[in-house]
Design a protein around this ligand. Structure first.
Ligand code: NAI
Ligand code: MG
Length: 361
């Protein structure tokens, strides 16, 4: 029978985005070719980026969202370049997609890679195996607020940046975290807020967490303030499994998590629309890395790991596990980019992953 063909929109965007998206596509195409006609990928690449903005005044085509709607998934690189203010590029492309496609769950696994030295003194598979679940549709990134640019005179400008918390928004991400914890070896959810200082939204979050937890008596829970959680990431990593937090807090914590794993370049993520009304988007956690872009130095592991999350989303669990294992085997064999202490190029890591995949039955 004909293979199941997944229509994927590739948006490499800026900087190392192009290098790591190319790496991920190569690996996915090789897996499809080896699947014995089970599945295939039909790629369409879009040029939306800061360079596109400079040419057109827009970060994406005017009908971009309508075009993307029909794809099975979006495979994204990274957006942002010094030529365009970051809030324009981020809101014009990545946040626009996340918000309009209601990709309310941002999943960011953090795990130990054998062969990569963690800055933590004690770190192995048992210590470092978490998933940061980030609320991805509201909170601090709701885009609410404004600036009083002139009304109060020079030097007296005022800005409001308001965080939005809805009970439904809190409940759905917290439930998602509990459902995920049930599938993991350690059944525990750690909820992160700053409800001592932020007494409205974060208290609503805490109360929702307590209420939802009653439906999951088999799952261990804790509520931790974000500053304390930053310390706990470093000092008691073995005590964490699923960490659920608001948009900003989870963004910061997941960068800390990937740094503890060894590099931002390792971290994978999925922006999921769990209701599957819209395409979900898969992307490495890192940005466009202007300091290393265009030199073949980017670590493709985060982007390839994001491709594995995409396979998982399509129901190809065995293939996703195979790909993650191949990324780890490549690191364990010492094929490492400079960010994790090696001197391999992006392409060499990609080739090594392909090599491992082809050797396995
Ligand atoms: P960044 O993640 O681009 O870079 C931070 C550091 O990590 C740099 O030293 C960089 O060389 C290193 N790094 C990042 N990815 C790497 C990789 N694959 N391999 C090896 N090293 C890697 O964050 P930064 O510098 O704060 O932001 C640069 C631009 O990216 C900005 O315009 C920012 O707005 C944008 N950005 C976009 C994101 C997205 O599209 N999801 C996420 C974060 C930042
Ligand atoms: Mg971030």
């Amino acid at each position: 029978s004909a293979p199941t063909t997944y229509k994927i929109a590739a948006i490499p965007a800026d900087g190392v985005g192009a290098e790591v998206v190319a790496a991920g596509r190569t690996v996915l195409d090789a897996m499809a070719a080896a699947s014995g006609g089970t599945f295939a990928f039909d790629w369409t690449e879009f040029p939306w980026s800061c360079e596109y903005y400079t040419r057109t005044g827009r970060m994406m085509a005017e009908d971009g969202l309508d075009v993307l709607r029909d794809f099975d998934a979006i495979y994204f690189g990274a957006v942002g370049w010094p030529s365009v203010p970051d809030h324009i590029s981020l809101w014009g492309l990545r946040l626009k997609i996340c918000q309009n496609f209601d990709q309310w769950a941002n999943i960011r696994p953090v795990h130990f890679h054998p062969g990569i030295t963690s800055p933590l003194r004690k770190a192995d598979d048992a210590d470092l195996d978490w998933v940061v679940v980030r609320e991805n549709s509201e909170g601090e990134y709701a885009g609410l607020g404004g600036r009083n640019l002139s009304g109060r005179g020079e030097g007296n400008e005022v800005a409001l940046q308001t965080a939005l918390f809805t009970e439904r928004g809190c409940e759905r991400i917290i439930r998602f975290a509990f459902d995920l914890a049930r599938e993991r070896p350690r059944k525990k959810v750690s909820s992160v807020t700053k409800s001592n200082a932020q007494q409205f939204g974060m208290v609503l979050w805490d109360e929702t967490f307590t209420r939802v937890a009653r439906d999951y008596p088999d799952v261990e829970t804790e509520s931790v303030l974000v500053d304390a959680m930053a310390a706990k990431f470093v000092l008691k990593p073995e005590d964490l499994s699923v960490v659920v937090a608001s948009n900003l807090n989870a963004d910061i914590l997941s960068d800390l998590g990937s740094a503890l794993a060894g590099s931002l370049g390792l971290a994978a993520s999925a922006n999921l629309n769990p209701d599957r009304r819209f395409p979900s988007m898969f992307e490495p956690v890192h940005g466009s890395a202007p300091d290393i872009a265009g030199r073949g130095l980017a670590n493709p592991a985060g982007a390839i790991g994001s491709a594995a999350l995409m396979l998982d989303h399509f129901g190809l669990q065995a293939e996703a596990a195979r790909l993650n294992a191949a990324i780890e085997a490549t690191a364990a064999a010492g094929v490492l980019t400079p960010d994790v202490g090696g001197n391999a190029k992006t392409d060499e890591v990609t080739e090594a992953v392909l090599g491992v995949l082809s050797e396995w039955p």
